[in-house]
Design a protein around this ligand. Structure first.
Ligand SMILES: *Cc1c(COP(=O)(O)O)cnc(C)c1O
Length: 246
């Protein structure tokens, strides 16, 4: 009889080490085909909806960065995998009543779109921890329904965040609208890269030196994102299988 406590998403065919190697191989091939340096693209394993067991296997296979979108789902996973050397990234929308726990439990936050949230995270980051590493989310496709600040406001927001004492501003993040083909897929990532370069050139030297991250690309379009300069791809489905939200 099958284990009734097993999550349906865990019924993946290949072992975790093979799935991880396949994703890393895809990233490497994309990186090499555009002549970028080895090690210039980091894999964030997006584990939302997947069990501690599934994550534990990927961790054992050598993956360190994990991304979660929902605080209540993430907290028990972080507790269960404590002392296993994982680096935790919060990639979901951030409500102001959740900032205290996010600031205490995560290493990175990718979805910052307002200064008020950044100020709370800085104020609430526990003093014994390293600064919280953050990216500003940009609504790069200009979709009315999507999160992220407008591209025109991103520079000012980044400069304000760079001055906060308990945050380290690392770069920008985006989730573009789905594209029809490879050429369409690259356009928003090219805009994000230009915006990143523009913002970096306006930051004070010390902040500019830390500003090194373009968090862009998911399972379906990581090749397009890497071709346009992404330094961190956020991969769920290609690593863990299809998500089941039921
Ligand atoms: C779920 C999620 C991903 C992963 O998407 P896949 O298509 O499964 O790779 C990446 N980024 C964010 C912000 C997400 O919420």
């Amino acid at each position: 009889m099958s284990d009734p406590t097993a999550h349906p998403n865990d019924s993946t065919t290949a072992p975790a080490s093979e799935r991880l190697a396949a994703v890393l191989g895809r990233i490497d091939a994309a990186r090499e085909s555009c002549g970028r340096a080895p090690g210039s693209v980091r894999l964030l394993a997006v584990s939302k909806t997947f069990s501690v067991q599934a994550m534990s296997e990927v961790l054992a296979a050598g993956q360190r960065d994990f991304g979660e979108s929902y605080l209540q789902e993430a907290l028990p996973k972080i507790a269960a995998l404590r002392d296993r050397g994982a680096c935790w990234h919060f990639i979901g929308p951030i409500q102001s009543n959740k900032t205290r726990e996010i600031a205490a439990q995560f290493d990175w936050v990718h979805g910052i779109e307002r200064l008020r949230i950044a100020q709370r995270l800085s104020d609430q980051r526990p003093p014994e921890l390293a600064p919280l590493q953050v990216c500003v989310q940009v609504n790069i496709s200009g979709e009315a329904s999507k999160s992220g600040c407008g591209p025109a406001e991103a520079g000012e927001l980044c400069r304000a965040i760079a001055a906060l004492p308990r945050l380290a501003l690392r770069g920008v993040m985006a989730i573009p609208a789905p594209a029809e083909d490879e050429r369409d897929a690259r356009a928003p990532y090219a805009r994000l890269r230009r915006l990143f370069d523009e913002i970096k050139s306006t930051l004070p030297d010390e902040a500019a030196a830390k500003f090194d991250t373009i968090s862009a690309g998911m399972s379906d379009d990581l090749e397009a994102a890497i071709a346009e300069g992404s330094t961190l791809v956020r991969i769920g489905t290609a690593l863990f299988g299809e998500r089941d939200y039921s």
